[in-house]
Design a protein around this ligand. Structure first.
Ligand code: 5AD
Ligand code: SF4
Length: 439
């Protein structure tokens, strides 16, 4: 009988995509993916280390697996992802979680099949961490979550060293894939029925494919692929967002009118201490340019609350920036100390209580604006790519608009993977309701 596996994924879409590739490799090997971890012979946990919460959830999950491992010594526990690129985590795993069988990192997920084979045949723990990424490994299979849309990695790593962020340490230096490889992959996906691609990278704006192809150039090339309907990307760094890319919004029909543009703080003083390399004014100017080029563009962001040294005035500048930009949505984070980053050493850490108070004030403002913006969609007709059944149940399906708004509507299973025209009937804080008026 073939072995079964289950993957638990924490964190961002890069990790989601890495998990799709691991699932692809194991499926090719003849393993079968199962929905519940309890039914799996091999459990894989793909970790995230962006904030402390993610660390805690990982160790909680490992704790749950201890019992299973005791009852069934043949059960294999594999852990990978960003946390594994930190020596102190490896030390903790070795000393406190000896039942973990396979440990590998972000740079060598292609080794998973052989590490599993070795763990099974040698019956001993396998640890394989690469400090840096070598050449990007091309041609790995992926087992995608959706048939109509796909994640496509265009680069990995990050060179920015924002002072709060662990990513440059866990994902290494920036490396871009060759544009031909990306075009080939997207063509292949389109032949497979994919209509929408999400281009992934920590900082896609600094993509350097070859001497002629920067990120905007890549968008133009992908826009020419017949059969592809939509192009999205994330994440953008404001400091590298070029006029050429802004122009691409005007020129490329397939480039969705949506951008995730993390601001992190509305205070230039804090931005400097974060090493973000732009000011509040420069950010606002970018937003203006984007809106000039693509009037109805939707904008989302990431904001960190309680960065060391953030004063009430700094925080109010963040509130003010949010009011000016009027984001469609925003992810808000409490600053979390990450070992080894510069900001972890900053003296003026903000008390938890103040962080939480600011966080709540910010979320309230963001939600009010999101709800107002979404209410403005009522009566509009939006083209929606139907993704599948919605959470709310019977005969209700959901999909995304060009501007990445989630829409729920009554429909039928044959709409999955299809573009439909939906008239918006209600705007909520985090989603829209609508009714299908055409295919
Ligand atoms: N604390 C809180 N939020 C963080 N982020 C990154 N590092 C930290 C940290 N140490 C947030 C940033 C980033 C998003 C992915 O996570 O806002 O854009
Ligand atoms: Fe982290 Fe900054 Fe790189 Fe984003 S750009 S991954 S926040 S260091």
């Amino acid at each position: 009988m073939s072995k079964t596996f289950h993957i638990t994924t924490f964190g961002c879409q890069m990790n989601e995509h890495d998990s799709e590739i691991m699932a692809g490799m194991l499926t090719e090997k003849g393993f079968e993916q199962v929905k519940e971890r309890k039914d799996a012979d091999v459990a894989i946990i793909n970790t995230c280390s962006i904030r402390e919460n993610a660390d805690k959830r990982f160790f909680g999950t490992l704790g749950q697996l201890k019992r299973r491992k005791k009852e069934d010594p043949g059960f294999l526990v594999c852990v990978c992802g960003c946390m594994m690129q930190q020596q102190h985590i490896i030390d903790t795993l070795k000393s406190k979680y000896p039942w973990v069988d396979v440990i590998f990192g972000t740079h060598n997920i292609h080794q998973l099949p052989e590490l599993i084979d070795k763990a099974l045949s040698e019956k001993r723990k396998q640890i394989e961490i690469w400090p840096d990424g070598g050449e990007i490994v091309e041609g790995l299979p992926a087992r995608r979550l959706y048939t109509c849309k796909a994640l496509v990695n265009i680069m990995s790593g990050c060179n920015n060293f924002c002072t709060y962020c662990i990513v440059p340490y866990t994902r290494g230096r920036e490396r871009s894939r060759k544009p031909e490889e990306i075009v080939r992959e997207v063509r292949h996906l389109v032949r497979d029925g994919v209509k929408e691609v999400m281009l992934l990278g920590q900082n896609v704006n600094s993509y350097k494919g070859d001497s002629e192809t920067d990120f905007a150039g890549l968008i133009y090339r992908l826009n020419a692929i017949e059969g592809l309907e939509r192009i999205r990307f994330m994440t953008s760094h404001p400091k590298d967002l070029s006029d050429r890319l802004i122009q691409a919004y005007a020129d490329c029909r397939k480039l969705c009118r949506n951008i995730h543009l993390p601001v992190q703080s509305g205070s230039s003083r804090v931005l400097k201490r974060m090493n973000r390399k732009y000011t509040r004014e420069q950010y606002l100017e970018l937003v203006e340019k984007l809106r000039e080029a693509a009037g109805d563009i939707t904008i989302s962001t990431d904001i960190i609350v309680g960065f060391p040294g953030e004063t009430e005035e700094d925080f109010e500048e963040t509130l003010d920036l949010v009011r000016r930009v009027r984001y469609d949505s925003a992810f808000t984070f409490l600053y979390s100390v990450r070992r080894g980053t510069p900001a972890a050493q900053y003296a003026e850490q903000i008390p938890e209580e103040i962080k939480h108070q600011r966080f709540n004030r910010l979320v309230e403002l963001i939600n009010t604006i999101s709800a107002e913006k979404n209410a403005g969609y009522v009566g509009r007709v939006e083209r929606v790519l139907t993704e599948g059944p919605s959470k709310s149940g019977s005969q209700t399906y959901c999909g995304r608009t060009d501007g990445f708004k989630l829409v729920n509507f009554k429909g039928s299973a044959d709409m999955i993977g299809q573009m439909v025209d939906v008239e918006i009937t209600e705007g909520k804080t985090f989603s829209l309701e609508g009714r299908v008026i055409g295919g």
